[in-house]
Design a protein around this ligand. Structure first.
Ligand code: ATP
Length: 199
């Protein structure tokens, strides 16, 4: 049985949708997004470093992170984004490794899914037994992102462009999931592979 699967794909490619299907089938989910939010909680060492670099104007009065303000800075300036990533990525990776180790011990005989947009960027492939990559045509990814976030096409395109191109990620994938069709088609692919990995 495959124990840990890394699920990845671009922004708005369907990671949450697929995680939910896998959870229904019995998997335990580690959500890297949730971890990424947790590492910048009020009073955290990562948030302290962010404040030191970007200034206290990226904090609300209650000392929580103003994500919108920081997002506006980093999605309009690649150097700032690079700096932010240098600050937060080590904290995120540390927490993900902790969780995988803890879950491997705690949940014997369960499949664990690491849902991480940046699985490949953060070089986490060797923590998992299989990498599942979600593939969606860019135009469709853009449409789904605009609709879900209620942002402009331009803003959405910027968020897509900062990620490593899908083509370059394919070489790391053990399985390619095609999410260019309806949900029933997606569900069928996941169920088929679920049967395979729990054997
Ligand atoms: P993010 O990277 O931002 O966390 P994500 O990869 O988790 O996004 P989802 O939120 O699962 O992506 O999907 C993006 C949007 O596309 C959602 O609104 C979702 O409902 C929709 N969506 C996903 N798959 C399909 C599909 N096969 N058909 C129609 N809509 C879909």
């Amino acid at each position: 049985m495959v124990r840990v699967i890394g699920l990845t794909g671009g922004i708005a490619s369907g990671k949450t949708t697929i995680s939910n299907i896998l959870k229904e089938l019995g998997a335990i989910i580690i959500d890297a997004d949730k971890i990424a939010r947790k590492v910048v909680e009020r009073g955290s060492p990562a948030l302290k470093e962010i404040e030191e670099h970007f200034g206290s104007e990226i904090l609300f009065e209650n000392m929580r992170l103003n994500r919108k303000k920081l997002g506006n800075i980093v999605f309009n300036d690649t150097e700032s984004l690079k700096k932010l990533n240098e600050i937060v990525h080590p904290y995120i990776v540390e927490k993900i490794i902790d969780e995988i180790n803890r879950y491997r011990e705690t949940y014997n005989n369960r499949v664990i899914i690491l849902d991480a947009a940046l699985l490949i960027e953060l070089n986490l492939m060797n923590l998992v037994e299989e990498v599942w990559l979600i593939v969606v045509p860019e135009k469709m990814q853009l449409e789904r992102l605009v609709e879900r976030e209620n942002i402009s096409t331009d803003q959405a395109q910027k968020r897509i462009d900062v990620q490593i191109a899908l083509e370059d990620k394919k070489k790391y994938a053990d399985l390619i999931i095609d999410n260019s069709k309806d949900l029933a088609y997606l569900q069928a692919q996941i169920e088929e592979n679920w049967e395979r990995i729990i054997e």
